[in-house]
Design a binder for this molecule. Sequence first.
Ligand code: PRT
Ligand code: ZN
Length: 288
Amino acid sequence: MNVLRLAIQKSGRLTDESLELMRECGIEFNKATGKLKSPAYNFPLEFLFLRDDDIPEYVADGVADVGIIGENVLAEEQHKIKDTVTIVERLGFSRCRLSIAVPKTFHYDDVQNLRGVRIATSFPTILGNFLREKGIQAEIHEISGSVEIAPSIGLAEAICDIVSSGSTLLSNGLVEVETIFKSEAVLIGRKLDAEKQHVLDDLCFRIQSVNRAKNNKYIILNARTENIAAITSLLPGIKSPTVTPLAETGWCAVHSVVRENQFWDIIEKLKAAGAEGILVIPIEKMIL
Ligand code: PRT
Ligand code: ZN
């Protein structure tokens, strides 16, 4: 069997959630610290632990077959890999945005105020694309870390950096003025031979089942028979809700699946329609 080589960030923000996702997919392995490679025991997969910035090029060169990185890194490295590497699956974790921020004292109305300004960033390609699209001439000052301190030490008038909660900007007296890229962790890959593609398809099927389960909740509720029609109309479910009679006459139990993002909204409506004893249960895997 052909082993699929999956590159994962060696040690950083993506590492734990990438490995956790593989465990949720039923893949067993041991990650010994300091090791560059680790085989999976029960799936034709080998992990390669690398710096995230190097992963797109390693996938393009064939050192790895697939990899997990932030979409921002893929966009930043795109010019090195052309169209050989593409997104295979969106993974939904490590969500963040790449934004331009300026000191509180900077007068900012719109992007025109960035003309001639020095902007410090670790993402010169994405920033360069944005400025070109907007027709703005500014000076991109590439630095590799601690971008947020650049204005206070006089290195630049503005920055372009990753923002998640916004607390780093706040504590450095900076205000977010433009969001130029939205990112989440993605599985990237290149063209593979039939045997490896088959392993990748199997892995993607597992990832989709895990992520679909995370985005949905199983709900069980009781209601009087006369309220069932109104209640089931609120519950689309995978096909349609399951309705079973209770031992007490005139009552039924309804089982269904609701999307996490619609959940609170639906619960309020269900209560108003006469639902009682509502149980909400996490789903482990969801296969359509
Ligand atoms: O060593 P290696 O090169 O492998 O790692 P790295 O230091 O380049 O990357 P790492 O581990 O910091 O981040 C990996 C990926 O996580 C990024 O490419 C993003 O896709 C994603 N991610 C998600 C983030 C954040 N959230 C994040 N908050 N990456 C960085 N940050 C930093 C940001 O640079 C800023 O300093 O956190 C700060 C802002 O956070 P808030 O919450 O204060 O806004
Ligand atoms: Zn990096």
